[in-house]
Design a protein. Structure first.
Length: 249
């Protein structure tokens, strides 16, 4: 048992949802319910989640956004872990019952509702200059900055959330799913939620720097007495051996 595997520490993994066509083509999603490009869960993610049990203890629960780009991979992840654990348990005892994990999909973990920007190209936020060669890393940082601070009339139209409303929701999420966590749990959500959640827990980026997590990657948080004591990147190498399309819905 390592120092941070003591029962007084809680381990929470924040994961970003699976990639969608909107992600690939630079379309603002927010609450739009977009299908993941793939519906299979990479083995590397399953292995990374299970490997963490050596320090964090048994995985107790998975909470996910109810939008399908999050809940589909969350369901697949839980299914694969249950199958693996059931198989291993039955090697020891043929009469062992199936292993089940707690799984909950909730609108609490949705991305920020971006109102009138939803469905629009990112070019609306950063209009391209004709003939300009775009550095993708620079553009990503610009987009993250804009999305973190976006709070105009258009974002609040069509039922969108103001920045204050979104931060209040993040505070509620932290108090419901993160700070009171017991043992090891996973939250499958969205980049905006992950970013502001870390702010809420006191992990703020230096001025001019912004966070980014790739799809199905994120952060491993370690808490004690409801406070964040350590944050680590959680970055399993996501590799798909073949092309399995997401189901038609």
């Amino acid at each position: 048992m390592t120092f941070l595997s003591h029962p007084e520490y809680q381990h929470v993994v924040l994961l970003r949802h699976a990639e969608t066509e909107h992600n690939a083509h630079g379309i603002v999603q927010g609450h739009i319910d977009t299908l993941p490009k793939r519906n299979d869960v990479p083995d590397a993610l399953v292995e990374a989640v299970l490997a963490l049990e050596a320090e964090a203890g048994p995985l107790r629960a998975v909470y996910t956004t109810d939008l399908v780009r999050g809940c589909y991979p969350a369901i697949g992840l839980v299914h694969n872990i249950e199958a693996r654990k059931t198989s291993e348990a039955r090697k020891e005892d043929d009469g062992t019952h199936s292993v089940f994990l707690f799984l909950k999909a909730t609108p609490d973990l949705r991305e920020r509702n971006l109102g009138g920007y939803q469905g629009q190209s990112y070019d609306v936020l950063i209009p391209p200059t004709p003939g300009q060669i775009v550095d993708r890393a620079v553009r990503r940082q610009q987009l993250i900055k804009i999305l973190r601070e976006l709070d105009d009339v258009q974002v609040q139209s069509q039922g969108g959330e103001s920045l204050a409303e979104f931060k209040a929701r993040i505070h509620r999420i932290a108090d419901t799913y993160v700070r009171p966590a017991k043992g090891y749990r996973i939250l499958m959500s969205h980049m905006g939620v992950l970013d502001h959640m870390l702010d809420e827990l006191g992990d703020r980026m230096p001025t001019g720097q912004y966070r980014w997590a790739n799809n199905l990657q994120g952060y491993h948080l370690i808490l004690k007495d409801r406070n964040l004591v350590e944050k680590r990147d959680f970055t399993p190498e996501i590799v798909y051996p073949d092309a399995t399309p997401a189901p038609v819905r």
